[in-house]
Ligand binder design. Sequence first.
Ligand code: GLN
Length: 447
Amino acid sequence: KIRAGDQIAGQEINSFLSLADERALAQAARIDAMAAKGDTLPVLAGVPVGIKDVLAMQGAPATAGSAILKGYHPPYDATSVAKLEAAGAVLLGKLNCDEFAMGSSNENSAYGPVRNPRALDRVPGGSSGGSAAAVAAEFCAASLGTDTGGSVRQPAAFCGVVGLMPTYGRISRYGLIAFASSLDRVGPFTHTVADAATVLGVLAGPDTMDATSAQAPVDDYVAESAKPVEGMRIGIPKEYFAEGLDAEIRAAVEKTIEDLKAQGCTVHPISLPHTQYAVPTYYVLATAEASSNLSRFDGVRFGHRTESPKNLSTMYRESREEGFGAEVKRRILLGTYSLSAGYYDAYYRKAQQVRTLIARDFLAAFEQVDAIVTPMTPTPPWKLGEKTDDPISMYLADIYTVAASLAGICGISVPCGQTQGGLPIGVQLLAGHFQESKLLRVARAVE
Ligand code: GLN
């Protein structure tokens, strides 16, 4: 059930930034020819897919949602993009996102906000808002997003689709425009958990072009995820059900836990004691890494350069001043500060140490349980514009996503109901490093 191309372009949801007509038509013709010859078709043959605009796709622009990359056409494919196409997928084009993947509402894009297809006055979540919205609106059957601190899982919850954050290193980051390299992951959006398992099977695996991609064996995720969950141990961390959690979301997640019990899972209260430090730790580390990664956008090598600068240093300064948006500048300043001599020990080093404590919380928990169940977001999607003047309240909305990011473990957001007003609710499932098979098995049991 996919809409035609003319319904995708120029639509009010604003999910696609560019369409890759030529490449899509050529691939579709290739698949048609294979089918006509009676060849065995690859697993994603003819499946229409969209790509978040932070991933390189040859022949298409890559803006990262930023004005500074306007006009940049990468001359190569990201590994994840190439793998999708090799598996038969038809790549429709590039999807809107927060600038350099910084945001939780997709309102930080230089190309306008994305609207939530389930409620047009609401945000789709971010930063992969375009990727979540395009699947929810049935413009494509799957899409790629990236999750640094929640950017696949949270928009999936807000748009009522499935969003998978694989273990750090599970999918190659080659060809991804870096935000915070120690946290960035590529992950798929799909309508169902089985589809997420299929796409993960295509994308997972080592890549000689990404030194952080892992050698860990790739499972048959579709078969593994279809196994029953009877006897699995499910952890419920008390820190995720504290003050500030919306009552309807709490009720929907509690109902999901009851469903798992009914299928033979045992439920165990657990504690992740350093949870309260996750948001500040994440925002120190992510901004520090971003300030370093974004230094390459200097008006020389890519994208925007200021017109007739007086000298070299004004060329750098003015190109960056004109090209970056407000949130990106705020983060470069924050990150530069925490990395500077005199503040490094108090902020950056301290945050690295707390990151280790947060990761150990999860390692200890996964000695007792197979998977963890939490709410995905503290509130349903908010109205466009509601939080744009208050960056701190936007950062605090990431309270349930960033700890798992810091720990490098895998997680998934699965729809688990809706509010009385019809807004989607997502439940978050977490599992240990490279435990995607277990994660997807629990996910299929709750969908
Ligand atoms: N909302 C978080 C941030 O703004 C996460 C973004 C992401 O995962 N790319 O940094």
